[in-house]
Design a protein around this ligand. Structure first.
Ligand code: ZN
Length: 321
């Protein structure tokens, strides 16, 4: 009999798009003289973002010197200070949509979502960070109170209304979403969205709503999608998901009931799945770079002599088994 994971140890989980070695040096954002010196420093490097895409070569992020980007920046007001990496100051720089950045480097601008599982893990978080900040700034060009054009201040981390009588400030936005593996002894609850092919399953997920704790959101989402009642839940890991600004917050939860009924249209199918069924490949699991996979893996490994990845090699994307 396969043991359950109750009471057993679950290892610390690292997720794709997190754990970047960059030091954010947030104090420097508020000091315009230091920021200017950092911008002007010959070793400073810039991460260009164009049409929500980042520059990548040979699975690594491409950092450019200012001379390669001089057509796009005049000073620290039009870049975003990301932090320090290997003693260098790093800025993100948004290139205009109409630019032709092909001439800036022998590298390719790639949509960050397509980099999942493909790009070096230490660079993935840096690219996601740059893209998220540029996307946030571009979507906050105007004051939401009075409609005046905003100005970027504090290294690009604050967008402030240009009307001094209003001076409304906006801060980088994150949309928290829960993602949960519900566990009933030796079974886990997985669902298939209507647009996914037969056999492709993942964990339950959804955005946290105003007035909810994370635990409230776990209980509501699981009940809405499957009619399963949730008992205790336990936080395991989180994952930045900058498409455009989600933060996935991952849980294991104990099932308080077993009978599945699809309550809304979010899932086409939901099933209780055993470790044996996973090993027999009755279901296709999410890609290894997703926090969903890591939640399933943590549960699987806590009750198995052999790790999941040794028994069923993880896919780097949905399309490759
Ligand atoms: Zn305003």
């Amino acid at each position: 009999m396969v043991p359950t994971n109750r009471g057993s140890k679950v290892k610390t989980i690292r997720t794709f798009f997190s754990g970047s070695p960059i030091q954010r040096s947030s104090k420097l954002r508020a000091d315009s003289d230091d920021l200017y010196r950092a911008y002007r420093h010959p070793d400073t490097r810039f991460l260009p973002v164009w049409q929500s895409r980042c520059l990548v070569a040979e699975q690594r992020a491409v950092l450019l010197g200012k001379s390669e980007l001089s057509a796009y920046t005049d000073g620290p007001d039009d870049v975003i200070f990301l932090g320090r990496l290997d003693e260098r100051f790093i800025f993100a720089l948004a290139l205009p949509d109409h630019a032709d950045p092909a001439g800036t480097a022998q590298a390719e601008f790639i949509e960050v979502r397509k980099l999942i599982g493909q790009v070096d893990e230490t660079d993935a978080g840096l690219l996601a960070y740059a893209r998220a900040m540029v996307n946030w700034q571009q979507s906050h060009a105007y004051c939401s109170i009075c409609g005046t054009r905003n100005q970027a201040i504090e290294g690009g981390f604050v967008m402030q209304c240009g009307d001094v009588n209003c001076a409304q400030r906006s801060f980088p936005r994150l949309d928290p979403a829960i993602i949960v593996l519900v566990i009933d002894r030796a079974l886990c609850l997985l669902g298939r969205q209507p647009s996914w092919p037969e056999g492709q399953f993942s964990t339950i997920a959804g955005f946290v709503e105003p007035g909810e704790s994370l635990e409230d959101a776990v209980r509501r989402e699981v009940a809405e999608e499957t009619n399963i009642a949730v008992g205790d839940c336990r936080y395991l890991a989180s994952q930045p998901w900058p498409f455009p600004s989600a933060l996935m917050i991952g849980f294991h939860a104990e099932a308080g009931s077993q009978s599945i009924r699809l309550n809304d249209a979010e899932l086409a199918e939901a099933r209780w799945i055993s470790r044996e069924q996973i090993v027999e490949r009755e279901v296709m699991l999410p890609p290894s770079a997703s926090v969903a996979y890591r939640l399933i893996e943590a549960w699987f490994d806590s009750g198995s002599d052999q790790p999941l990845d040794a028994l069923v090699p993880a896919a780097s994307s949905w399309r490759r088994r």
